[in-house]
Design a protein around this ligand. Sequence first.
Ligand SMILES: [Fe+2]
Length: 245
Amino acid sequence: MFSFFKNFSSKTINDFSFIGTDIHSHLIPNIDDGCDNLENSLICIEHLKRMGFNKIVTTPHIMASVYPNTPVIINEGLKLLTTALKEKNIQVEIEAAAEYKVDELFTEYLATDNLLTFGDNYVLIELSFVAPPVNLEEVIFTMITKGYKPILAHPERYRYWNDKLHKFEYLKTLGCLFQLNLMSLVGQYGLAAKIVAHKLLSNNLIDFLGTDLHRFEDVNTLQKLLKSNDDFKKIYNSNPLNKLI
Ligand SMILES: [Fe+2]
């Protein structure tokens, strides 16, 4: 019988090892709305490792007035984390970058090239959930001109684009890449985000996958996805670029 999921064998793959690197998470304790203490961070990292990730690029929020994190704060947090991982003998490769909200602070950092990047000059950005920034095209253009590779986090979560697939296609023509949140597929952010997530995957618009893990409860949600055969097949066959990181 013809199988659409011709690359997938549930007998051989039952974890996220095919993704390799998680490029979106909030694991540095107490600097954003992610893990609230070091112990929880270590537990989450251990579970990410058990679920198959062999590398983590953790991405604290940088958001004017709400989370005005700096490279110094983030790198100090990373140092604390790597020391604790070593002490507990948890072996996983971990780096830090940021999830930049496109706001006035980001525009400033972009102008002065004060950005935390990962891999081949990738920068993870997110937008307001209320309305897209008026200067989004200009920001993407500037980023690309300067040699950065913008990755828009969780495009499925911006409600104002729920029924505007052409917006994503347009942003892609500008050079913007897209990172889907794995948990969107199992309804973590509501039905609308779940539907858009599936639509984006079906239209081959997703470049990267990420957990966007904030707390231990998210581990359970990710495990739910591992048990959901159809959703899992879909992400497996999306051939994410995460392993390049
Ligand atoms: Fe995030």
